[in-house]
Design a protein around this ligand. Structure first.
Ligand code: ATP
Length: 233
């Protein structure tokens, strides 16, 4: 589904990514882990074409992403739940959900408002509220719902539960588990390893812009040295 090899990226003359490698199979859940400032958001933004990669290869569903505009990458079937959620503040919940909705890839059981409300009933009760009046948890549910409404093949979440209360975090993990059961591929950046190892098939750890470890949840839990060295856990 997604295969990133030797990814490099720069901010001006400063190199942020040196050699990021990761791959996600169809229907798989993968995580991108690493301490603060190691390049997780830069990797995601490079996949989305928000940061222009300066080297390497990024193949999604057979298409090379490198050099493509962000809207084209999104149209290929990648839905992003960005860091900080980036809800449209002056649109209502309903408008946020439908503004970018589409099923141009012709998914057989597309995400609709009804399905999103089934996943997050909280959103239905706030249908006419403006985006900027929602709580952090509601905004995150809305950001996930908005991405699902584009009917992607791959959902990417940057900081899936950052800054959320434990009960809301639990709701997000439950929702991601249900989304996974629909067969959607998911790439998650988050710090809650405990929840991630339950949800994900594979993990990729980056350190200073380079993939330094990859493996299954079982391998990550067994590798105390890797967790200590690369994640401080
Ligand atoms: P965090 O968990 O803190 O969000 P991260 O792993 O997502 O961190 P990035 O935000 O991708 O890391 O940052 C990787 C490196 O790139 C860091 O050294 C950071 O200072 C640098 N960087 C990120 N954004 C920019 C920018 N817009 N301009 C210049 N340097 C940047």
């Amino acid at each position: 589904m997604l295969d990133v090899q030797g990814l490099q990226a720069h901010y001006g003359t400063s190199q942020a990514l040196f050699n990021v490698n990761l791959s996600i199979g169809s229907g798989q859940v993968a995580t991108l882990l690493g301490r603060n400032g190691m390049g997780k958001t830069t990797t995601i933004n490079s996949i989305m074409g928000i940061v222009k990669p300066s080297g390497g290869s990024l193949v999604f569903d057979g298409a090379q992403l490198k050099g493509q505009a962000s809207f084209k990458i999104a149209n290929l079937g990648i839905g992003l739940v960005p860091e900080g959620r980036q809800i449209f503040p002056n649109l209502s919940v309903r408008e946020n959900l439908v503004a970018t909705a589409s099923n141009h890839l012709g998914q057989s059981t597309p995400w609709t408002l009804e399905r999103v409300f089934e996943l997050f009933p909280e959103l239905q009760t706030r249908l006419t509220s403006m985006g900027n009046l929602l709580s952090g948890g509601e905004q995150q549910m809305l950001a996930i719902g908005r991405a699902l409404m584009t009917n992607p093949k791959l959902l990417i979440l940057d900081e899936a539960t950052e800054g959320l209360a434990p009960l809301v975090r639990k709701r997000i993990w439950e929702a991601l588990d249900r989304i996974r059961q629909t067969g959607l591929s998911i790439l998650i950046v988050d710090k809650n390893l405990h929840d991630l190892v339950r949800l994900a098939d594979r993990h990729f750890i980056i350190q200073r812009g380079e993939t330094v470890w990859s493996g299954t949840s079982g391998e990550l839990m067994a590798d105390e040295a890797a967790r200590g060295t690369y994640l401080g856990l």
